[in-house]
Design a protein around this ligand. Sequence first.
Ligand SMILES: Cc1cc2nc3c(=O)[nH]c(=O)nc-3n(C[C@H](O)[C@H](O)[C@H](O)COP(=O)(O)OP(=O)(O)OC[C@H]3O[C@@H](n4cnc5c(N)ncnc54)[C@H](O)[C@@H]3O)c2cc1C
Length: 487
Amino acid sequence: MTNYHQKNVVIIGGGPAGLATALMLAKRGWKDITVLEKRPSADYYEPDKSFSYQIDGRGQKLTDLLDITDKLADLSVPNTDFYFTIIQKDGTRKTTKLPIADSKRKTAYWLPRASFVELLYQEIYQFWQDSIQVFFNTECLEIKQHPEYLEIITQSQNGEQLTFIPNLIVGCDGLNSIVRHTLHEMEGESNLFAMQKFPSPSAGLKYKVLSLPPQFPLSEQAGDVAQSTMAYAIRSAFKERKKAISLGLLPFKNPHQPRTANIITYPEHQIWQLETPAAVAEFFKAGFPQLPIEKIITPEEIARFTSSDGGKFPMPQYCSGLYQIFGKPEDNQGTAVILLGDAVHCFPPDIGQGVNSALEDIYVFQETLAATEDNLSQALPRYQNLRQADIKALIRLVQISYPWQYNQDQLQKKLWSVNFFVRLILNRLLPFLFNSHSFLLIQNHELSYSEILAKSQRTTQFLAMLGGLAILILIWSLSSCFKSFWL
Ligand SMILES: Cc1cc2nc3c(=O)[nH]c(=O)nc-3n(C[C@H](O)[C@H](O)[C@H](O)COP(=O)(O)OP(=O)(O)OC[C@H]3O[C@@H](n4cnc5c(N)ncnc54)[C@H](O)[C@@H]3O)c2cc1C
């Protein structure tokens, strides 16, 4: 046995990946775990980060290990009960149940990001305070390199500086990871820790989140209110490409929680050009005549929405280096560094894999710790070997699976639907030859991202061959027709 319980670990970033890693290590017996988080608390409400997660079978491999899946289910709306209502501009409504394409698929759970992070934090607070310390309001400012180890410099909100010299640094600090940037600078010429970026039709789309009251009125009629567990897509009356918009609301279990409506559209859309709260209020009033807008969106929320910068969907990206070792962390004379979650792979939310892939990273990391008796110098290279190909495949899957879902281009969306249904039907008819669309395959948590990509590409090759064959047959029959015509 190695002396891992004597090693100290500093996890930078207390989002889903950071807190879940702390729990995983504590469960393995690690005793000296520190999490640094720059936000003020786990449930801190950031309007433009108030989106929902769908924790699927892939993410549940880790929640099962941490023994928190039942608690997760209690806080969530299961995908088996996912109903959504489309409200058209004239107020007509249609409610549909989300079809379950694969009945054997594990139930997935929808919950707001803040609820999931709070669930992880409460687990630490209630059961693991002896092993895990979480410092909120504490930002990692710098990671200094010494000949054989790394030193972390932090600053809290009151200006107090703390330093740490850990045996293990876990970079769970998201897209703009200071841990990854530092490794990149230390590597010099190598591009091991540089993000490789790939194009996608959804990258660059701008989003803002509008907060609405819980159970807000859907019309002037008494009692006609939004149900918390129902998803809504509310269409605007505007038709022009640069004005048409939709409010997207995901379901919440808690009926008293304010609802959040996502607005996702191209950067040149008119809504982003509005500069005053009065102009924004007028836009919503004219755009959604079917809703009692003044009862739903308060002047304060309009003002906040107007001044918020919102966010942009990132390009799908990853870096190939997942770890680095300085000195001999095994002998408590060095620092091992590992990167997990958005710090190493980041992409638009098209396929709902952001948090699930982060949780799977941690699951694979724990498997490598288990296989090496927590020997970091062996576990980290093993983790990179196991995970690198899947991360690369995941980024490709994000590019191809469902990037046209935000109404950017109606023709592309239709072509995507044709491709999706052709694969679905062929798979139902000839399952040994054709696979379903990758968007469906991703929901099968028993397949790795590499296996899903390979299946998807095999079907693409078959379809290309069939297409080529059809063209040859067409040319052959046309030429036969011409021949018989001239003879
Ligand atoms: C609009 C939008 C919608 C999304 N929708 C979905 C979805 O539906 N499903 C899904 O699975 N994923 C979705 N995602 C992606 C998902 O949010 C991420 O993949 C997931 O949060 C990754 O978790 P993480 O812990 O790795 O990183 P993050 O959630 O980014 O957490 C990083 C944490 O590190 C902290 N931090 C950063 N730097 C420092 C520092 N220097 N010092 C201290 N703390 C620091 C941050 O404050 C943050 O709390 C969405 C993302 C966006 C932007």
